[in-house]
Design a protein. Structure first.
Length: 160
């Protein structure tokens, strides 16, 4: 794990707030930001799966938006901050669009362990790390400072 900067933690806290908003709206608790090379937040997204489209993850929505709205030569210098490590679908979308570093608050391994401890079945996609899908993408995380809050959000989402 790379050391997270105060700016990283600031953005990750916003991602957790977006995850809480997603959960309150009936979706799974995930939130993400796209930040340009100068540190400006270009876009915020939260999970929008409550209407039945399970591909409406915030990380993939940011990749789609960046493909249309961020110059190709700028994308590798942008950072995606997210409450939870990208799933394989989102990792692939991120890599195909050519975005840069990913910083996440909670890891796939953490989420898988939590879900297992609550007796939940595994999801329909293998719980792979970002770099197992997109080996060239720089990754930082998790953020131990946010683990308790994230676990509580996911436990609430699980009905616990």
């Amino acid at each position: 794990m790379d050391d997270l900067t105060p700016d990283d933690l600031h953005h990750l806290r916003r991602c957790v707030a977006l995850a809480r908003e997603a959960l309150d709206a009936g979706a799974e608790p995930f939130g993400s930001l796209l930040v340009d090379p100068g540190g400006t937040v270009l876009r915020e997204e939260r999970n929008e799966t409550s209407a039945g489209d399970q591909t409406r993850h915030p990380e993939l929505e940011l990749a789609r938006w960046a493909a249309t709205n961020v110059a190709e030569d700028v994308r590798p210098r942008c950072i995606v901050y997210t409450s939870g490590e990208h799933c394989p679908m989102c990792s692939a979308g991120h890599a195909w669009v050519g975005l840069g570093r990913i910083v996440y608050a909670g890891s796939t391994a953490q989420l898988s362990a939590w879900r297992s401890s609550w007796g939940l079945a595994a999801g329909p996609v293998l719980p792979l790390s970002i770099n197992a899908v997109a080996p060239g993408v720089p990754v930082s995380g998790p953020a131990p400072e946010l683990e308790v809050e994230l676990r509580e959000l996911h436990q609430r989402a699980a009905g616990g």
